[in-house]
Design a protein around this ligand. Structure first.
Ligand code: NAI
Ligand code: COI
Ligand code: MG
Length: 356
């Protein structure tokens, strides 16, 4: 079993180091090979996703990814910007199904900005389509407007699009996942305004006929954003497009206490996966040793479960995370009165120690 380790930029480097520490402590036999990605790869090789990194990712059973990006690259031509590395990996590896579980551990009920009764026992799964939508649609660019409100003015445009097979396959992933949970799927769209999302809604409704045992509800994305903070436990599986899923999963992360707690798995149709926290490179706290590594450590657990067939090891990691939280250890993002503030490396060490 081979794992490509791509730490990336900012806190990506700090949090991936802790996940690797935990993986090494499991005494399983897998090979790990690291490569540069994002801004770090741009600095060294002039490209955020060099061929060597992409080839390593393709040749691996799984990829452990940190995060890419830094404000200092915001003026680069888009193809050279660090974020193109993660978009490129998703596209080249066909990682269309992004699982973002928002689970509120009992020990962190007080860390959320929501009332305890709203989030205690929360366990929802956001399934985000990851290789289509306005993030990948062509054409896109800048031009001089020939029509619209200001003909002759400079304008920018992107293309939102989804094909039937793209929607069908992510809908099936969602219905299958719901079958193993509470048998409810909420499909989030903007069908009242966007043709792409009326189509999304129609196709999800068609696929639902194959899953009569699973309840399907449709919800507009603006309402979904509101319901997520009003009554989050009413959701089970949420399936949505790339952009809405990006936004809603960051919102959902606060139900778990912090974005530093939200892991993710991005899978293709052959079971190969990329595992990364749902957050970014956090330049505001990078290099300070205070980033929460738990989302990345929990992503490593998802990797063991989904790509490496190591369910027992995945459960060991998840139990160890719960144990350190029960011990009262907290990075600053989840710290509250009466708990012990620790740094990134101390948190990783504590998880290693807590592995049974
Ligand atoms: N998959 C990826 O590589 C992603 C990369 N990005 C990139 O990351 C850079 C920063 O973007 P932002 O919008 O600031 O989003 P971000 O997710 O990096 O940070 C948002 C806020 O959450 C905090 N935060 C994030 N992760 C944390 C952790 N593990 N522990 C404690 N606090 C944490 C940050 O300090 C910041 O205040 C940008 O260049 C962006 O494009 C953003 C999202 C995903
Ligand atoms: C940097 C973006 C491409 C990705 C993002 O925000 C995400 O995947 O959550
Ligand atoms: Mg995001």
């Amino acid at each position: 079993m081979k794992i490509a380790v791509l730490p990336g930029d900012g806190i990506g480097i700090e949090i991936v180091a802790e996940a690797v520490k935990v993986l090494n402590a499991l005494d399983l036999s897998f090979e790990m090979e690291s490569a540069l990605v994002g801004g770090a790869a741009y600095e060294a090789h002039g490209h955020p996703l060099p061929d060597a990194t992409l080839n390593l990712a393709k040749a691996s059973d799984a990829i452990l990814f940190g995060a890419v990006g830094d404000w200092k690259y915001d003026k680069l031509d888009r193809p050279l910007r660090p974020e193109q590395a993660i978009l490129g990996l998703r596209k080249h590896l066909g990682l269309f199904a992004n699982f973002r579980p928002a689970i509120c551990y009992e020990q962190l009920v007080g860390a959320s900005s929501l009332k305890p009764e709203l989030i205690s026992g929360l366990d929802i799964l956001i399934i985000r389509e990851l290789t289509g939508d306005i993030y990948f649609g062509q054409p896109r660019g800048r031009r001089v407007a020939t029509d619209g409100h200001f003909p002759g003015a400079e304008e920018a445009f992107d293309t939102m699009r989804y094909s039937r097979p793209e929607i069908e396959r992510i809908a099936r992933v969602a219905f299958e996942a719901a079958r193993k949970r509470n048998k409810k799927v909420t499909s989030v769209d903007k069908a009242n305004v966007l043709e792409t999302f009326q189509f999304w809604k129609d196709v999800v409704t068609d696929v639902h006929k194959e899953y009569p045992d699973v309840a399907l509800e449709h919800m507009y994305v603006d309402n979904a954003a509101m319901q997520l903070v009003k009554a989050p436990k009413a959701f089970d599986v949420v399936v949505t497009g790339n952009m809405f899923g990006d936004i809603l999963s960051d919102e959902a992360s606060m139900l778990t206490g912090s974005i530093g707690m939200l892991p993710s798995a991005s899978l293709n149709s052959s079971g190969q996966g990329l595992y990364e926290p749902s957050h970014g490179s956090a330049p505001d706290i990078a290099g300070k040793g205070i980033a929460n590594p738990l989302a990345t450590i929990l992503s490593a657990a998802m990797m063991l479960r989904f790509s490496l067939n190591q369910e027992a090891a995945a459960q060991r990691i998840e139990a160890a995370v719960q144990k350190v939280l029960a011990q009262g250890l907290r990075t600053p993002d989840i710290h509250s009165e009466g708990t012990t503030k620790v740094g990134t490396a101390e948190m990783g060490d504590a998880v290693v120690k807590a592995l049974k």
